[in-house]
Design a protein around this ligand. Structure first.
Ligand code: DGL
Length: 288
């Protein structure tokens, strides 16, 4: 029997369907790009809630509500597994969804985030044991990274800096000019000033890989700059191997579908930059 939480008809769990990838906007495409490289045979359905991005400045309640609506819709489309390719949603909504909501979507439905796979490995990149985290205000204020990283690398010191201007610069394609460099430098300086021995900086927002060139040109060469895409992709591959009950529900026709809650023309233009190839998106309005 298909389950119907909230009056929505969910597809039978035995049918196979794409893996859902969600972000507030375009950032998750940097993760999808790496996932597709690692696991090209699977099908993926991407949803960007561009109409309501950025999430990084929003309250816990709002990020939870928006993320839950997106997750519901992706399950309704049949996805057996959803990756929140967004640190802000992973920090502020994932736990509540896993603990309160997941059961209602039926057996063997899973939602995973990007923070856990990252903290499992990030300590290995640092020789000094001092790691900097750059993220949205929401991610930084949640303290998810220091708390979770401590479980895997208790001796690593974590320093955080919120970069509230970076997502708007990236979403608006204004990230390669002098104005952008001003804001990037300002936040990097604030991070580095916390401890000169920071030797590893995590880009803990899936939008930031687009700023990697600017960031590395503004930092001393000895600092490792780590993006999450490859880490999340490797972790997903491992997860699917360890969870055949989920893996068998994931369809494999190498198909990708893209949905946005805002303009498809804007999405297609920007997606090329984040995803690295042309896409043709479909508009979808999420239920209020
Ligand atoms: N890509 C999201 C993240 O990783 C973006 C945040 C936003 O919408 O502010 O946090």
């Amino acid at each position: 029997m298909p389950s119907q939480p909230g009056g929505i008809l969910f597809l039978n769990m035995h049918q196979s369907a794409p893996i859902g990838i969600f972000d507030s906007g375009y950032g998750g495409l940097t993760v999808l790009r790496e996932i597709v490289r690692t696991l090209p045979a699977y099908d993926y359905l991407y949803l960007g809630d561009n109409a309501r991005a950025p999430y990084g400045i929003r309250s816990f309640e709002t990020v939870y509500e928006y993320t839950l609506q997106s997750v519901k819709w992706l399950f309704q489309k049949g996805c057996p597994l959803i990756i929140l390719a967004c640190n802000t949603a992973s920090a502020k909504a994932l736990r509540s969804i896993q603990q309160k909501d997941l059961q209602a979507f039926g057996e063997n439905k899973k939602v995973l985030g990007v923070i856990r796979p990252t903290v499992e490995v990030i300590g290995e990149y640092s020789a000094s044991g001092k790691v900097g985290i750059l993220g949205t205000k929401g991610t930084v204020l949640s303290d998810s990274y220091p708390i979770e990283l401590n479980k895997f690398f208790p001796s690593v010191h974590v320093y955080q800096q919120a970069c509230p201007m970076w997502v708007p610069l990236v979403e608006n394609n204004e990230f390669e000019n002098d104005g952008a460099r001003f804001f990037i430098k300002k936040d990097l300086d604030k991070l580095i000033m916390q401890d000169a021995e920071i030797d590893t900086i995590l880009l803990a927002c899936t939008h930031y890989p687009l700023l990697e060139n600017a960031i590395s040109s503004l930092l001393p060469g000895k600092i490792n700059i780590i993006s999450q895409g490859k880490i999340v992709a490797a972790s997903l591959a491992d997860y699917l191997t360890r969870h055949p009950e989920i893996d068998t529900q994931c369809s494999r026709n190498s198909q990708r579908e893209f949905y946005t809650t805002d303009s498809t023309a804007d999405f297609d233009r920007q997606a090329k930059i984040f995803y690295g190839e042309a896409v043709s998106s479909v508009h979808h309005t999420l239920a209020e």
